[in-house]
Each structure stands twice: as structure tokens, then as C-alpha cells.
Design a protein around this ligand. Structure first.
Ligand code: AMP
Ligand code: MG
Length: 418
């Protein structure tokens, strides 16, 4: 559906979200600088260089099951066979002898196959004879079964980590398996953040009527902690042009990126965008998105600047949809999109056409194998507790309006998108 001024929630001055993201991508470059850190300090950092494996993992053919190491030539196509047990191979304690025809070794998971054996027969398919000197094995075994091949995980020369990879728990484990004791990682960008608002008090301060505790710095701080950034909390800034200008200047002088919440709109006490315009460059300041219309993005000195709306839900939505993609680029991560899936609406939802909308949703896998989603109810951007009931965003394109139960919608599950 084409958007027209005066139609639904369309604002001719606001930028389509896609265009805003494109402008942001064009403006953000990865920080320069890298450092070498011990593997234990590489968690949640970004790889600055490729790492190739020096040796294969595993470095020997070994058992994938507890059982008996045998030579497949001893196993008849039909019927059973009986093999003499010559010893035991356990993980860390290989069997050092050579098995002859008609012989086998007891073997435990992870133990290298003894010379002369090529196949593992699982314990459950074998019967130990009286005296435990021999074992009888039933029909139906296959050559090379239950054996982990050399390099089955990765081979010497394989790239196990690429520049731009996020080092998560799995990456850390793969690096450890490869014996990488240290890793070259991208320098952590410095991200300064502050709240604005005369009504805000720190969490340990009492409230007068009309005041509220500053929750944004806590959600923001927590979201930043999941990233490879050095976050610096610049506190609460008063609704005053001079104070806002000072905070912007100080934060921008010390950081690669600055995030402010509140004061982003066009109210009498909204100074953030105004001061950004005076002190730096505004790339955009209004997006056709809900929540988050008064989101501004620009640069002050050498720092990127994000002016997020004050409402606590808007902060979380705009952080994920705009700040996170920008910080990903700044951190040196490769481009990636968040996981989105299709789900059926379990109940109707309301939407005014005109803006890309992110509603808080509850996603469930039904017994018939289909995903369904319903909203958390009121979509007021001030109701932060509803974010806790949600496990996903329902992503609704600008043209969409009220939608009936049973319709397919796009859903973005929560979780760290990195
Ligand atoms: P603003 O964008 O400054 O007009 O703020 C929009 C709404 O968000 C107002 O109701 C503010 O009181 C509220 N708000 C702004 N900053 C915060 C904050 N740090 N924590 C909680 N609520 C806030
Ligand atoms: Mg305010």
C-alpha cells in the first residue's frame, strides 16, 4: 500500500527504517587497533585475524563408543564370531600392542584404536564369555563403525576462526581444542552513555511525586555488557542546553560512540537533537518506526552519536534495531541479520498503518509443530514490565494495519544477536 501524507500514522518528515539503516551503515567503520589476549580473556571479543589449525583434531582414530576394537575382516557377514581379548584401551591410556587376526581389545570412548583394529563394536552388541578372555559378537556390524576419524572435527590448515567472528563459548572451545593459548582481538570500542531528564533520580535516591528512577541506564548498561565494548556510564544529565552540551562534549571526547536517552523529541525540554545539530552532524533524527520515531543519529567530533527516545521500551527496541547493528560494525563484526521466523497470530492485533512497528510478543511452539504468537497486550512504550513477559518482537511492515487471528506474521525472537 502506498503511503500518503495524512494517511494513518505516516509522517512525511520521517525516514523509512531501511533508509536510516543504510545511512547508518555508510557512516560507521570498524575501530582500528587490535591486541593479543589470553584465550580466557577472549570471550565475547571479536577476532582481528584468521586462525588456522596447526594439527588435526582428533589427532588419532579413536572410539566413539565403549565396546571392542576389532578388525572388520574378522566379522562374518552372517552369524556370530568369537574374538580373544588382548587388553584394554582407555582415553589417555592407549593399547600399545598390535592386534592379530582373531584378537580384539576392550576400548573406551576417546581411546585411540590399537594397531590392527579398524572398527568398534559397541558393548551392547557383544557378550563377554565366561572368564572374560573372549567376546562373542553378533552379525550386522559395519567396517569403520563407531570410529572418529583423524581431523573429523577440523584438519591442519583449516580456518577455525575468521577475522570478524564473535568469540562465543563454542569458538572459545574450538580455539582451546586447537591449542590456541592466545588470540588477536579487535580493540574494544569505548561507548559512553547517559540519561537526560529533570524528573530522573538514581536508583538509590528517594522520589518526590512526578519523579522516577532512571531505568534506562540500567537496561542500556546491561545490553552493552553483552558486547565487546568498554562502556562508560555518564550519569543523569539535566534538561538544560548547557548541561546537555557539556555531557555530549565530554562523552564524545572520550568515546568512539555516545548513547543518550530522552530529550530526543521536539518538546520544550528536549535539547539532545538541538545540541547535536549545534555541536556535530545529524545524519537523521526521525524514523518511520514505532516505538522509536524520535531516534537521532549523527557524529560529534570523532564519535558516533545515538539519541534514543526516553521511553524505556523505545530504548530497548531502538538499541536492538539501530544501535546494535552500528556497534556490531564498530566492533569489527561481520554483517549479519537477526534471526526472524514466521508465526501465526493466536489473537488479533491492532496497528495503525504508516510505520514499521515492533510489538512485544509471546512466541510458542504448538503441539502441531507450528509457531504461534500473541502480543503482551498494551503496547505503551512506557510499560517496561511488558518486555519481561515477551520473548520476541512481532515485526509489522509500515503498510500493515489491524491483523486478524490466524494471519502469518514475522517474529524476531529475543536473545543476544551477535
Ligand atoms: P523524553 O524522550 O525525554 O520526552 O522522555 C519520554 C518519556 O520517557 C518520559 O515519560 C520520561 O519520563 C521517560 N524517561 C526518560 N528517560 C528515562 C529514564 N532514563 N528512565 C526511565 N524513564 C525515562
Ligand atoms: Mg525528557
Amino acid at each position: 500500500m502506498a503511503e500518503r501524507a495524512g494517511c494513518g500514522d505516516f509522517d512525511p518528515n520521517s525516514l523509512p527504517a531501511e533508509e536510516a539503516l543504510r545511512r547508518m551503515r555508510a557512516a560507521v567503520k570498524a575501530v582500528t587497533g587490535a591486541e593479543t589476549v589470553a584465550l580466557s580473556d577472549a570471550f565475547r571479543r571479536v577476532a582481528a585475524a584468521d586462525i588456522t589449525a596447526a594439527a588435526p583434531v582428533p589427532n588419532s582414530r579413536n572410539a566413539a563408543m565403549d565396546g571392542y576394537a576389532v578388525n572388520a575382516l574378522d566379522l562374518p557377514a552372517g552369524g556370530a564370531c568369537t574374538l580373544r581379548i588382548k587388553g584394554t584401551a582407555a582415553a589417555g591410556h592407549p593399547f600399545t600392542g598390535v592386534l592379530q587376526r582373531g584378537q580384539c581389545a576392550r576400548i573406551m570412548t576417546g581411546a585411540p584404536l590399537p594397531a590392527g583394529a579398524d572398527t568398534v563394536v559397541m558393548q551392547e552388541a557383544a557378550t563377554v564369555n565366561v572368564g572374560a578372555a573372549a567376546v562373542t559378537i553378533g552379525a550386522g556390524q559395519r567396517r569403520n563403525q563407531f570410529v572418529r576419524e583423524v581431523g573429523g572435527d577440523f584438519n591442519a590448515g583449516d580456518t577455525i576462526l575468521s577475522a570478524g567472528d564473535f568469540i562465543d563459548a563454542a569458538a572459545l572451545g574450538v580455539l582451546a581444542a586447537a591449542g590456541a593459548a592466545s588470540v588477536r582481538v579487535v580493540r574494544k570500542p569505548r561507548v559512553a552513555f547517559f540519561s537526560t531528564g529533570d524528573e530522573l533520580r538514581a536508583v538509590d535516591q528517594p522520589l518526590a511525586a512526578g519523579e522516577l528512577h532512571d531505568s534506562n541506564r540500567h537496561t542500556l548498561g546491561a545490553m552493552l555488557r553483552a558486547l565487546a565494548v568498554e562502556a562508560a556510564d555518564f550519569g543523569i544529565v539535566r534538561d538544560d542546553p548547557a548541561a546537555t552540551g557539556r555531557a555530549l562534549g565530554d562523552a564524545a571526547a572520550s568515546a568512539d560512540a555516545v548513547i543518550a536517552t530522552g530529550g530526543a523529541s521536539v518538546g520544550d525540554a528536549d535539547y539532545v537533537r538541538r545540541m547535536l545539530g549545534e555541536m556535530g552532524r545529524v545524519h537523521f533524527w526521525k524514523i518511520a518506526m514505532k516505538p522509536g520515531r524520535p531516534l537521532s543519529f549523527g557524529e560529534i567530533g570523532g564519535a558516533l552519536f545515538f539519541g534514543l527516545p526516553g521511553n524505556p521500551v523505545s530504548v530497548m527496541v531502538t538499541f536492538r534495531q539501530f544501535v546494535l547493528p552500528a556497534l556490531r560494525r564498530l566492533m569489527g563484526l561481520r554483517e549479519a541479520a537477526p534471526l526472524r521466523i514466521s508465526a501465526r497470530l493466536a489473537a488479533p492485533l491492532q496497528k495503525i498503518p504508516g510505520r514499521l512497528e515492533f510489538q512485544r510478543g509471546i512466541l510458542a511452539l504448538e503441539k502441531n509443530g507450528e509457531y504461534t504468537v500473541r502480543t503482551t497486550g498494551s503496547q505503551d512504550s512506557a510499560v517496561l514490565s511488558s518486555m519481561r513477559k515477551a520473548n520476541c518482537y512481532i515485526v509489522l511492515p509500515p503498510a500493515q494495519g489491524d491483523t486478524a487471528a490466524g494471519a502469518a506474521v514475522t517474529v524476531e525472537p529475543f536473545g543476544v544477536w551477535i
